[in-house]
Design a protein around this ligand. Structure first.
Ligand code: 3H9
Length: 690
């Protein structure tokens, strides 16, 4: 007898209620409980229809992802769902929260579906590098048609109840808060009318329409080629929907099963499943319980209305929080405000927000040139010029004005937060909130914990990150914190390699093929070489390009020349500069590097630096470094981040290559003793946690 299932009969309707917190994932207990519920209902001759409903915050959120890769336990989800579909009496799924993946597939094996207006439905397996493996790819097209199924399953998006109703995924909507009683009434009506047992598998009208139509699939592939690049799941999803369109149901399901297993066993899906859990780990701090005290943040002050400050402010405005925006001069303030407005108006043009929302958000800004206007703010974030004297000056001023209990945050990317905190009388109230550019877009928020930062501040910052839609990663103080520190070494090696004669184009291509959106030199040209090279006095290729007024895409080209369509070709001027700088530095010429060598020389040092970051206790777990690189630098999610990827390459292989590179090129490659130790002990880097 299952303790997570309740079976009750009301007016001849058998109600099976499952309660398996936190999200009613369909692990073996839930699967057995559902089977037991249906058996009880079928055994009761007074039951004329069945309602399947969940307690807690949501209907089934999908298969239990923790079970993947472990020995299967009966019944499997497909077995269970085939079993419940044989119900001799109508079955109705009653949905609240999110019916996702296997959860929606369960509902699609019931005869009818009723949902609350706030419910959502989706097949998000693609985000785990998988495809819906319990009939979803065969059933959804039979309801919503081939084009909509292609879009919904390859995007994994959550479909609103209203859209699901219009697409036919849901048959009816319940009143909010009255799902159970409305579902019972719906079931009574179905039973009284003797309505047919609608099996989705039998529906043909939508798939028949496209039978033999290859063009619809090819066009979809072509349109999304860029978006799907590097991922394995989207192509297999398309093949499953082709099978749903062209083959009998049973054969389509067999194809779905085969392709699901291929993905399930792939490294890319393993990486994406790792990332799913890693993302949810980052807000867990060992010495800070979830219910630890936190401060209220209802009003935010942002100092600096430049690109960074403006972007930071937008995050809070988007979440409905009023922002006091401070600049030194009215001119700078006006410029900052007009950039924010332009960004919002662009979003409105793309249909992401309404014109009314643009005005609502702008109205939440109180622009000011007077620091005294920061007196009432709960959180004050500075985003001023990145030098210690300026930061200290700003913090000294803020310290005098901010109310007791206000959180004083710095957006510094490299500077010593403890030194900044020491310039105030309240270092326990100082924290780093490091946003990544563009701050309103990039999902990473590094939360920097100084020596004296209060634990309540960290707890507050973790919750705040979620409120503004960011993924928080906790870092201790060090030069560059986590993401910038580990990724900077990639840039340094890229610079070294071009001076040794390897073409920037080859490096960019290899990094792109690895899965990044672009290579390091393309990236610099895009961001602007003046921005990248700021603050360095050393003569470099970048500084020489800037000296010739080559600032990248925005002015005269950089490493590349650009035609009117922004098509890039390697610049002969840049190549001359590279040769000049190289000969001045007297560097060894080793131009023959294949893709493997480029990857080793650019990315193994990132792994190595990550190991140092862990060893020094800057990051509390390896997976936080992975999330920082994925969310802050677009490290390809299907590689799992540098730490996970290193495990797939093999730590011993990485250490021995680093040793060889150290011999050839010096101490930039010296392996971290921590990495060497892990490799010798046969341990996994991605599993390290302090
Ligand atoms: C699938 O269904 C395959 C089938 O097609 C075929 C099979 C043959 N399993 O996200 P939260 C945990 S694949 C195990 O913070 P929220 C999560 O780790 C699946 N655990 O909450 C966390 O644990 P902890 C397709 C899961 O309110 C806790 O629940 N489905 C699962 O922000 C709370 O999660 C999906 O991909 C799971 N399926 O968001 C949906 N889901 O507290 C995945 C969650 O220890 N889930 N946990 O850190 C989600 O998208 C979100 O969790 C959801 C709630 C929107 C449901």
């Amino acid at each position: 007898m299952s303790d997570i299932m309740k079976f009750e009969v009301e007016n001849g309707i058998g109600v099976i209620t499952i309660n398996s917190p936190p999200v009613n994932a369909l692990g073996v207990n839930a699967r057995r409980a559902i089977a037991e519920g249906f058996e009880q209902a079928w055994a009761d001759t007074s039951v004329n229809a069945i309602v399947l409903i969940c307690d807690g915050r949501t209907f089934f959120a999908g298969a239990d992802i923790t079970e993947f890769g472990k020995p299967p336990q009966q019944p499997s989800l497909p077995e269970l769902l085939e079993f419940i579909e044989t119900s001799p009496v109508p079955s109705i799924a009653a949905i609240h929260g999110t019916a996702l993946g296997g959860g929606l597939e369960t509902a699609l094996h019931c005869h009818y579906r009723i949902a609350t207006p706030s419910a959502k439905a989706g097949l998000p397996e693609v985000n785990l590098g998988l495809l819906p493996g319990a009939g979803g790819t065969q059933r959804l097209p039979r309801i919503v048609g081939v084009p909509a199924a292609l879009e919904i399953i390859t995007s994994g998006r959550h479909v609103s109840a209203a859209e699901a109703l219009s697409l036919g995924i849901f048959d009816a909507l319940a009143e909010e808060g009255k799902l159970r009683e409305n579902a019972i009434s719906f079931a009574l009506k179905i039973a009284e009318e003797d309505a047919p047992l609608v099996r989705v598998r039998d529906r043909q009208e939508h798939v028949e329409k496209h039978r033999g139509d290859q063009q619809i699939f090819d066009a979809f592939r072509k349109k999304n080629a860029r978006k799907f690049r590097g991922f394995e799941a989207p192509e297999r999803i398309i093949r499953c929907i082709e099978a749903a369109t062209n083959l009998p149901y049973e054969e389509g399901v067999a194809e779905e099963r085969r392709l699901f297993m291929e993905l399930h066993d792939s490294i890319k899906s393993k990486a994406q499943r790792y990332v799913f859990f890693a993302e949810r780990q980052t807000s867990k701090v060992p010495d800070i319980p979830k219910d630890a005290p936190k401060r209220d943040v209802n009003r935010v002050g942002v100092i600096g209305a430049g690109t960074m400050g403006g972007g930071i402010a937008m995050n809070f405005l988007n979440a409905g929080l009023p922002v006091t925006l401070i600049e030194q001069s009215q001119d700078a303030l006006d410029r900052g405000l007009s950039v924010i407005r332009k960004n919002y108006e662009n979003s409105a043009k793309k249909g992401r927000i309404s014109g009314e929302q643009v005005e609502q958000r702008m109205a939440l800004i109180s622009p000011s040139t007077d620091y005294n206007d920061l007196a009432d703010q709960d959180l004050i974030i500075e985003a001023v010029f990145e030098t210690m004297p300026i930061k200290k000056d700003v913090f000294g001023k803020v310290d005098k004005i901010a109310k007791d209990g206000a959180i004083l945050a710095s957006n510094t990317s490299y500077l010593d937060l403890d030194e900044i905190a020491a310039s105030t009388s309240r270092p326990q109230d100082v924290i780093g909130l490091h946003f990544f550019s563009p701050a309103n877009v990039m999902p990473l928020l590094e939360i920097v914990r100084g020596q004296k930062t209060g634990t309540d501040l960290i707890n507050t910052a973790m919750k705040l990150a979620k409120r503004i839609g960011k993924t928080p990663v906790l870092s201790r103080v060090c030069h560059g914190f986590i993401a910038n520190r580990v990724m900077t070494v990639r840039g340094k090696q890229a610079d070294a390699m071009i001076l040794q004669g390897v073409s920037p184009e080859d490096i960019d291509r290899v990094i792109y093929d690895y899965g990044f959106a672009m290579g390091p030199f393309q990236m610099r040209d895009l961001v602007g070489l003046d921005v990248i090279g700021r603050g360095s006095n050393e003569k470099t290729v970048a500084s020489e390009l800037v000296a010739r007024d080559r600032l990248g895409q925005k002015k005269n080209g950089g490493y590349y020349d650009y035609d009117e369509n922004r098509k890039a070709t390697l610049s002969p001027i840049a190549m001359d500069i590279i040769r000049d700088v190289a000969s001045e530095k007297g560097l060894k010429h080793t131009p023959d590097a294949d893709a493997q060598e480029i990857i080793a020389r650019l990315l193994y040092p990132v792994v190595n630096e990550g190991a140092r970051v862990l060893d020094e206790g800057v990051a509390i777990r390896a997976s936080d470094i992975d999330i920082a690189c994925i969310k802050g630098y677009n490290w390809p999610v299907y590689r799992g981040g540098p730490m996970f990827w290193a495990d797939t390459v093999g730590l011993d292989k990485i250490v021995s290559k680093l040793n060889a590179l150290e011999k050839e090129f010096g101490d930039a490659f010296t392996p971290s003793p921590f990495l060497v130790k892990l490799a010798a002990e046969g341990k996994k880097l991605s599993e390290v946690s302090l």
